[in-house]
Design a protein around this ligand. Sequence first.
Ligand SMILES: Cc1cc2nc3c(=O)[nH]c(=O)nc-3n(C[C@H](O)[C@H](O)[C@H](O)COP(=O)(O)OP(=O)(O)OC[C@H]3O[C@@H](n4cnc5c(N)ncnc54)[C@H](O)[C@@H]3O)c2cc1C
Length: 283
Amino acid sequence: MGHDIIVLGGGPAGLAAAVAARGRGKTVLVIGNPWQDSPLARAERVDNYLGLPGQTGAELVGTFRAHAEELGTDFVTGRAISLMAWNGFMVTVVSQVYDGQALILAPGVVRQAKYPGEAEFLGRGVSYCATCDGMLYRNRPVTVVGRSKDAPLEANYLQSIGCQVTYVSAREPEGLDPAIPWVRAGKLAVKGDQTVTALEADGADLPCAGVFILREAVAPTDLLPDLETEGGFIRVDRRMATNLEGVFAAGDCTGLPLQVAKAVGEGHVAALSACEYLDRKQP
Ligand SMILES: Cc1cc2nc3c(=O)[nH]c(=O)nc-3n(C[C@H](O)[C@H](O)[C@H](O)COP(=O)(O)OP(=O)(O)OC[C@H]3O[C@@H](n4cnc5c(N)ncnc54)[C@H](O)[C@@H]3O)c2cc1C
C-alpha cells in the first residue's frame, strides 16, 4: 500500500517535513541518499541552529533522523531516478516503485553542472535511469557516465540485459564487470543529430545510441519537467506549494539562504500544507 506523503530528500527539510506530517497522523515515506553522505554531515560544527549549538553536522542530522524514526516515518535509502504524476505520484528508486498521494521535494541543491548537450538530448538518448530506459538500448552501444557510487552496478545491469556498455569516469570504478571497457575522462559532451550519436570524452568520440548519466542527485526539474523554477530554484508560494498540484518543496531547493533553520521551517510548512491538501482531497 502507498503512503499519504512521499518526501524526496532526507536532509533537514525532508526530516522536518516527516516529523510534522507524522504529527498530523499521515503515513510518510522519506526517499533519500544515505544521510551520512548529506551535505550537512560534512559540517565540522554548526553554531547557528537554535538551541543546539556546537554540534557537528553529522550529530545534528543524526538527531533529526532519530526524531523522524521515533515518530514512525518509513525510509528508503537510494536515489530517486524517475517520478511520475499518475493517480498521485510514483517514484522509482533503482527498480522499485513507491507511490504516495502528495509529494514534498526536499533534495537540496544539485551542485553538479550539466554537460554540454545533456539537456538538449534528454529523452532523445540521454537518460538518468538505467532501469527505466535500459531495454530501449538492447544490442546497441551505450555509454555510462559514472558519477555516483552505484553507477558501476547500473552499468553491469545494462550489460546484463544486452546493451554494449562503455563506462566513462574520472576515477577508476569499483565493482564494474571486467567485461565492460572503462575510459578515464573528465571533460564530456553529448553529441547527436536527431538523437544521440556519441559521447565526446576528453576530445575523442565514443559512438553510442544512449548516454546514461548517473549522479548522486537528479535535479527535481529533470524528474518533473513542468516544475517551475526561478533563478535556478523551485518556485513556491508561502505555503511551499509549487505550480504542480499536490507537489510542495522545502529547503535549499527553494532558494537562499541555504541554511538549516530555513530548511527546517520550510519543511514544517510544506508538510502542513501537504496534509491540508490531502484532507481536502479525501475528507
Ligand atoms: C560543509 C557545509 C557546512 C554547512 N554549515 C552550515 C551551518 O553551520 N549552518 C547552517 O545553517 N547551514 C550550514 N550548511 C548548509 C546546510 O547544510 C543546508 O542548508 C541544509 O542541509 C539544507 O537542507 P535540505 O534538507 O534542504 O537539503 P540537504 O541537506 O542537501 O538534503 C537533501 C538530501 O536529498 C538527497 N537527494 C537529492 N536528490 C535526491 C534524489 N533524486 N534521490 C534521493 N536523494 C536525493 C541529497 O543527497 C541530500 O542527502 C552547511 C553546508 C555544508 C555543505
